[in-house]
Design a protein around this ligand. Structure first.
Ligand code: IPE
Ligand code: IPE
Ligand code: MG
Length: 234
């Protein structure tokens, strides 16, 4: 049986910004700027196509390894895009930030917390943005919270269940992850939603993220619809 419906929750690894800029002889941060513009458009495309939730991988726990100039450039872009995020928040979009955003520059942390809190009742669409996010970090964090509950006598070890872990993931308020799209030609998760992707479908595409269009999104969704998801059954 193929899927008859569009995915409810898509994860997108926004990759290929640096190569896009390099191809044009431009500094890497030009690629990030172009990529940020596509991020904004993709929210609208996904919504038009009937998707309920998209989680975007914007900055990983490993991306701090990049040169300070590039990291600062990305943080400055984020400052600029916070204004656009605020405008989107007025269109019934709920924003959820995945990752330890308290480690970002304090002015950004404050804005993001405010956006997350003020959009909590929006139901039109959920936009997840993974910032200083790592899937392993997320699992360790959930394990620690449960260990603390055990130490405090609130649960016994048998109380550590998949469901209990799920509820402590950043995605707890989102529909289950159906599809992961990675542009740029790389075929790996790079620590993105590793818990949630246990039974997700994957679509890898050769396009660089700044060149990603609504056609690519439709193509990935069509591919997903044609897939046979068995979840271990027959
Ligand atoms: C993804 O594009 C954006 C971030 C990781 C912030 P890259 O910067 O990884 O682009 P490539 O992979 O070098 O082309
Ligand atoms: C993954 O891309 C992280 C984001 C897109 C934010 P990377 O470019 O950092 O991943 P690797 O290094 O190719 O695995
Ligand atoms: Mg990359």
């Amino acid at each position: 049986m193929s899927n008859s419906t569009v995915p409810q929750h898509i994860g997108i690894i926004m990759d290929g910004n640096g190569r896009w800029a390099k191809k044009r002889g431009l500094p890497r941060n030009f690629g990030h700027k172009q990529g940020a513009a596509v991020f904004k458009k993709t929210i609208n495309w996904a919504r038009e196509l009937g998707v309920k939730c998209v989680t975007f991988y914007a900055f990983s726990t490993e991306n701090w390894k990049r040169p300070a100039e590039e990291v600062n450039g990305i943080m400055n872009l984020l400052r600029q895009y916070i204004k656009d995020i605020r405008a989107a928040a007025r269109e019934d979009i709920r924003f959820i930030f995945l990752g330890d955003i308290t480690a970002l520059p304090p002015d950004i942390t404050e804005e993001l917390m405010d956006i997350q809190n003020s959009t909590v009742d929006n139901t039109g669409f959920i936009a997840g943005v993974a910032l200083n996010y790592g899937g392993r970090d997320e699992i360790v964090r959930a394990a620690r919270l449960l260990a603390q509950k055990a130490v405090d006598g609130e649960i016994i070890p048998a109380g550590i269940t998949e469901d209990a872990m799920d509820k402590l993931m950043y995605t707890a308020q989102m529909p289950p992850l159906d599809l992961v799209i990675r542009p740029s030609g790389e075929q790996r998760l790079s620590n993105f939603l590793i818990w949630q992707a246990a039974y997700a479908e994957f679509v890898f595409m050769d396009v660089l993220w700044p060149d990603f269009t609504k056609k690519h999104l439709e193509q990935a969704i069509d591919e997903y619809i044609g897939r046979d998801r068995r979840f271990g059954g027959v």
